[in-house]
Design a binder for this molecule. Structure first.
Ligand code: NDP
Length: 342
């Protein structure tokens, strides 16, 4: 069975591709340049089951046409993970909103044009960002479920990069469900979306030369490198381990009951303080070097504000999620190993 993975170079996508290869799938991965494609093949040790296609710009509404013109007949599964997840942007439309939305539209339209009768399942990587309008995030009575939607609009979201990113994921996921409604007689595939909260955990291929990691992993990287007197940014929200996110991307298309579902990937709440507590307890080499904060007060922070109920998803997926300590420990061990500090 052949699976197409867009944005195959990403933090999450690399784990997805690895799992697909291990389970015997053939993978076609897209990346933005020849160089990135070559690097990808090299990382997977030139495994003959993976090939690549260059898709330079997902903002282009015909971005995926060539890939599907060439491979549409053989691709049965499409996993659309490519989307910008960064906050250092200049132009909200050009850098976040348009690639997110047009990327989703272009992959679905390419299927309609060249794989309408062969693509059976599509999984779009959405986000908790599509479930919540962060401007109302700290309401104690708010419980997010698989039915929740961020109500941001194109006009009112453009206040700061975080709000725009959340809106970009919302509009992209909406575009996918709208596409299904509008084209249900013209394509045979079933859609599922996966909505992870903050994703942490080890990189599939640690790169010692890489000083800055992907946006979510960089949160832990910053703490590991913070001086003990630094005033850390206080962050809290849900966490999920990248290895579970990869598993869920596969189950989303493998299980019949996951078809047409939004899968909320959430392993529990965290606050920056929980990271500090775990790292200070488990890594003696960092003790005294990084901040301690106010040990034990994480629970106080995470008991306030919105909560997430994803019982429905957990039942559909049927496997237990990795806990916070294991997720943080494995992330930090890898960072330290990369720096040869252990
Ligand atoms: P990465 O930044 O590691 O991966 C993003 C991928 O999308 C990369 O392959 C990147 O290519 C590609 N991409 C981004 N912008 C463009 C563009 N304009 N044109 C073409 N390709 C582009 O992040 P993650 O792995 O974390 O993110 C993967 C998906 O998961 C995204 O859809 C993200 O929104 C979603 N997500 C992530 C969460 C997290 O905490 N990490 C939480 C919830 C959802 P390149 O490598 O060339 O930059």
């Amino acid at each position: 069975t052949t699976v197409f993975v867009s944005g195959a170079t990403g933090f999450i996508a690399l784990h997805v591709v690895d799992k697909l290869l291990r389970e015997g799938y053939k993978v076609i991965g897209s990346a933005r340049s020849q160089e990135k494609c070559d690097e990808l093949l090299q990382k997977f040790n030139y495994n003959p089951s993976i090939s690549t296609e260059i898709v330079p710009d997902i903002s282009n509404l015909a971005a995926f046409d060539d890939v599907f013109k060439k491979h549409g007949h053989e691709i049965k599964i499409v996993l659309h993970t490519a989307s910008p997840f960064r906050f250092d942007v200049n132009d909200y439309g050009k850098d976040l909103l348009i690639p997110a939305v047009n990327g989703t539209k272009s992959v679905l339209n390419a299927i309609k044009k060249y794989g309408a009768q062969s693509v059976e399942r599509v999984v779009v990587t959405s986000s908790v960002a599509a479930q919540i309008n962060i401007k109302g995030a700290n309401r104690d009575d708010l419980v997010l479920t698989e039915e929740s939607w961020n109500d941001a609009t194109w006009e009112n979201c453009q206040t700061d990069p975080m709000a725009v990113y959340c809106a970009s994921k919302t509009f992209a996921e909406r575009a996918a469900w709208d596409f299904i409604r509008e084209n249900k007689d013209q394509v045979i595939f079933k859609l599922s979306t996966v909505l992870p909260v903050y994703v942490f955990g080890p990189q599939l291929f640690p790169e010692p030369s890489k000083k800055e990691l992907n946006t979510s992993s960089e949160i832990i990287n910053q703490i590991v490198h913070a001086d003990k007197d630094t005033e850390l940014m206080q962050l809290n929200g849900g966490f999920i381990d990248v290895r579970d996110v990869a598993k869920a991307h596969l189950l989303a298309f493998q299980k019949d009951e996951c078809a047409s579902q939004r899968l909320s990937l959430h392993g529990g709440m965290f606050a920056t303080q929980d990271f500090l507590d775990i790292i200070n307890e488990d890594f003696s080499q960092l003790r005294g070097k990084i901040p301690v904060g106010k040990p034990g007060t994480g629970k106080l922070i995470t008991s306030k504000g919105y909560q997430i109920n994803n019982d429905k998803t957990k039942k559909l997926l049927g496997f237990p999620f990795i806990g916070l300590r294991e997720c943080v420990d494995d992330s930090v061990s890898q960072i330290l190993k990369m720096e040869d500090m252990t």
